[in-house]
Design a protein around this ligand. Structure first.
Ligand SMILES: Cc1cc2nc3c(=O)[nH]c(=O)nc-3n(C[C@H](O)[C@H](O)[C@H](O)COP(=O)(O)O)c2cc1C
Length: 194
């Protein structure tokens, strides 16, 4: 495998879910570095007809704690609170991914024959931005896990972001305390048909 491709494939293979985090950053990484990486990914991840509906913000410090407190308080009973409590207390921050819905609506109006395709494409491209970010953050030595407390996060953010931004996920990050466990794979060949 040629050199840059090997590096890229290793980064993809090394991206894992790591729940055990410490709320710090690796020594040589700043929150501005993370911002620059996510900014570049939001800019360069492709969208249908270059519609550019992907958005992201980074929560850390008091705002991260406040949003995750609201998520915890939105969950009845104790069992479901474990993961958001760890996100609040053990993650240094999180990237929240959004879709800007006015953009999606505009493309639906401009291309009525493909109207049904735009929300699907928006869902694909936010997924691409999320996994690109997850992979990139792990190459920086961060540990990450992906969460979907979307309604509670949207409610907690209030007017911090425009009303047209719908929440897709939260990528929680911090210093990894433990490496990811072993992962099993199905036999899933990519065949060539000639
Ligand atoms: C689209 C998608 C949604 C996921 N949603 C969640 C989630 O809501 N909560 C969670 O803890 N992990 C979530 N995960 C993490 C997966 O469970 C995890 O990626 C999978 O088990 C493979 O493990 P790995 O990330 O270590 O490779 C999600 C992953 C993907 C790709």
């Amino acid at each position: 495998m040629s050199h840059p491709t090997g590096i890229y494939l290793n980064a993809i293979a090394n991206r894992r879910t790591i729940y055990n985090l410490d709320p710090t950053l690796p020594q040589n990484v700043s929150i501005q570095d993370i911002q620059a990486v996510v900014q570049s990914i939001i800019k360069n991840t492709p969208t249908a007809l270059n519609s550019q509906e992907n958005r992201a913000i980074i929560l850390t410090g008091k705002t991260h704690k406040k949003v995750w407190d609201a998520v915890i308080n939105s969950i009845p009973g104790e069992n479901g609170k474990k993961r958001p409590t760890s996100a609040r207390d053990e993650a240094f921050g999180c990237v929240v991914f959004f879709t800007e819905q006015n953009t999606v609506k505009k493309f639906q109006a401009d291309y009525p024959a493909a109207a049904d395709a735009f929300p699907v494409a928006a869902s694909h491209t936010t997924g691409a931005a999320q996994i690109n970010s997850w992979t990139a953050l792990e190459t920086m030595g961060l540990g990450c896990h992906l969460q979907h407390y979307n309604d509670a996060v949207r409610a907690a953010l209030g007017e911090l972001v425009p009303a047209s931004w719908t929440v897709n996920s939260q990528l929680c990050f911090g210093n990894p305390v433990m490496q990811a466990g072993e992962k099993t794979f199905i036999d899933n060949p990519v065949n060539i048909y000639n």
